[in-house]
Design a protein around this ligand. Structure first.
Ligand SMILES: [Zn+2]
Length: 637
């Protein structure tokens, strides 16, 4: 497919990006020292798996040259972060005994006297294994891995676990996997966050993580916390934890050293923890402290987080370990050394989240809507000019709106928005009222004046009223591109530039992330499997169906029953009388029956699957089971 666009930065955009320099502490170059500190050996620039798929590319951001100023099409703060992120892809010594292979999400290796402890296992099996190889070769270290620790429930922190440890050693109890929360809760959140609305999330991720954009100064520059992943084909793995941390102050002796935990749930992830290693005077606050403002609301979609908790647990960490800490490392970006710097870093990050948490409700209580508040809140300079508080993963604008959402729900308090017209109906009537030609010329006028936010609003009417109006689409794409070039927040840039790409070229069908792959489905707790099946039911067509099926999951030793009645899907543990069909077998096969009931006849013939009753019950289920299009429209109705 031949892709058209993007257009170069206009003079107006160049000026915005030039003027932005005045807002940043460009003279503070400490990060460029710290990002290289402790470098031992570079990782291979490109890595392929056995099938020849590129699973890692360390050259993605090479265009962001070391001493090159930001081009007119890139916000200078974002450009600087890209220059830092492109330097990773190497093995580093944080302090003697603590090492990191830094990728997108890092592999952290603690070299304790009696063995290695892995803290977060990066995104894929191949990357994790390659990282371990590099460590073992460079440090001439053949100690066994004696424990794995997950800091939180996000897949980029456990996806490579099978590359650092043998499943058999975990199952036998030889190597514990320690994680925050109960084992049940960790499993549920680790797998659940990407499943229920996975199709929508995947589509949004293509926008926010810039998966469809080329790496260049008119495309993807950085995703903020890293260079971004070129490794989406890489093998994702999951092993459930064997040991849960549910209380602050719990300790474990691993490899001869002490690991003390601070339980920090409902922060950057539903289950998260901070880890203190007294022998190294080293602390990690997981992903709650980064060289970036984080998301209170991820715009890829996930439940809203609690900004108050970020601040609370960062402060608790300062209280517990602040008098001793000498280094803070994270699973993304680079460490901070020396007590004074670490304390300042943690205090500034704490204050940044606390400010967001306080100011959003203050404005809400004054009667402002989320958008009104988001437009006016600025961080105080004392914390806002700190590079690690800039907007590389989260953004202040949507984080303020997120606190409103967390505290007040989705309604903004404006009566006109409680039961509004659908956007396409609304705009069609506006276009009829105002006229296409007038809107088009107003859009062009706004673009000529560099007023791109207004241009987007005006042209949105025309595109949603007539998605085939290519003149309006291309003009709106022009406006989106300039807006994208002006953003400091990589995800906003990604949204605007991808919107422009799809306005010009239609929906791009490459490069989507599949969040409900087979590994994920197999790792799902059974109750989540039924929840996931439930969100596929075409309610309006299922009203006359009266269906009940019993399930026996032999390998996990669970019995369940599900039924569809009055258009509603329900499930509960245990068998129930009156089922049209009872199926027994291993979880993989039964998950197939449940989620792909149209293939039931074939799946039922698999070894180890037994059917008691009428397998046609699954045909009935299939008749009301929806399929999700991974390439639905975003920039058109
Ligand atoms: Zn992460």
């Amino acid at each position: 497919m031949k892709v058209t666009g993007p257009s170069p930065a206009t003079d107006a955009t160049a000026k915005v990006n030039r003027d932005a320099l005045a807002h940043y502490a460009m003279d503070d170059k400490q990060d460029f020292v710290d990002v290289d500190r402790g470098l031992i050996a570079a990782f291979p620039h490109k890595l392929y798996n056995g099938d020849g798929d590129l699973i890692y590319d360390g050259a993605l951001l090479d265009f962001a040259g070391d001493n090159v100023d930001a081009p007119p099409s890139v916000n200078p703060s974002m450009w600087r972060q890209a220059q830092l992120n492109k330097r990773m892809g190497a093995l580093y010594e944080v302090v003697p005994g603590l090492y990191q292979v830094r990728f997108d999400a890092h592999l952290t290796i603690v070299d304790a006297p009696e063995g290695l402890i892995i803290i977060d296992a990066t995104t894929s099996t191949e990357l994790a294994a390659a990282g371990m190889d590099l460590f073992r070769k460079e440090l001439v270290n053949d100690k066994p891995v004696v424990a794995v620790i997950y800091t939180h429930t996000h897949f980029d922190h456990y996806g490579g676990v099978k590359g650092v440890v043998d499943e058999a050693d975990v199952v036998s109890g030889k190597v514990p996997i320690i994680a925050p929360g109960t084992i049940e809760s960790f499993n549920k959140h680790a797998i659940g966050e990407n499943v229920i609305t996975g199709n929508e999330m995947s589509r949004r991720m293509a926008y926010t993580f810039q998966l469809l954009l080329p790496h260049c100064d008119c495309g993807m520059v950085t995703i903020g916390l890293s260079a971004g992943t070129a490794g989406m084909r890489a093998m994702f793995s999951y092993l459930a934890p064997t040991d849960g941390i549910t209380k602050t102050g719990e300790t474990r002796k691993l490899g001869g050293w002490t690991f003390e935990f601070l339980y920090a749930p409902d922060t950057e992830a539903p289950e998260e923890m901070h880890i203190w290693i007294p022998e190294l005077k080293a602390l990690t606050c997981g992903e709650n402290a980064n060289h970036s403002m984080h998301n209170i609301q991820t715009i890829r979609g996930a439940r809203t987080r609690d900004a108050r908790n970020f601040a609370r647990y960062l402060d608790e960490s300062i209280v517990r370990w602040g008098d001793q800490v000498e280094v803070h490392w994270g699973p993304h970006t680079w460490p901070v050394w020396d007590n004074e710097n670490v304390i300042r870093f943690l205090e500034d990050q704490r204050d940044m989240y606390k400010y967001i948490y306080d100011q959003a409700p203050r404005h809400a209580n004054q009667g402002l809507t989320p958008l009104e508040a988001a437009e006016i809140v600025e961080l105080p300079d004392a914390i806002g000019k700190r590079w690690y508080n800039r907007y590389y993963h989260g953004g202040l604008h949507h984080n303020i709106r997120a606190v409103f959402h967390k505290e007040l729900g989705f309604w903004d308090g404006d009566p006109a928005t409680i039961l509004p017209l659908l956007p396409d109906d609304n705009v069609r009537r506006h276009v009829a009222l105002i006229g296409r030609d007038r809107l088009l010329s107003e859009g062009q006028k706004a673009i000529d004046a560099g007023d791109y936010r207004w241009a987007v609003q005006v042209l949105h009417h025309l595109v949603f009223a007539d998605p085939d109006d290519m003149e309006a689409r291309n003009l709106q794409a022009d406006a989106y591109e300039q807006l994208g070039y002006q953003q400091e927040v990589p995800q906003y840039r990604g949204i605007f530039l991808t919107a422009a790409l799809e306005l010009r070229n239609g929906v791009i069908t490459a490069g989507q992330v599949n969040t409900d792959n087979q590994d994920t489905i197999l790792a799902m707790p059974v109750d989540l499997l039924f929840d996931f099946a439930g969100v596929h039911i075409i309610g309006e067509q299922a009203g006359d169906i009266d269906l009940r099926i019993n399930f026996t999951f032999n390998d996990v030793n669970e019995q369940w029953t599900m039924w569809v009645k009055h258009g509603v899907f329900n499930a509960r543990a245990g068998h129930a009388p009156g089922a049209q069909c009872t199926v027994a077998g291993h979880k993989a096969a039964l998950a197939g029956l449940l989620l792909q009931p149209a293939q039931a006849a074939g799946i039922a013939k698999q070894a180890g699957v037994t059917v008691d009753g009428d397998i046609a019950a699954f045909e009935t289920l299939a008749s009301v089971t929806d399929t999700f299009d991974p390439h639905f429209n975003i920039v058109t109705p």
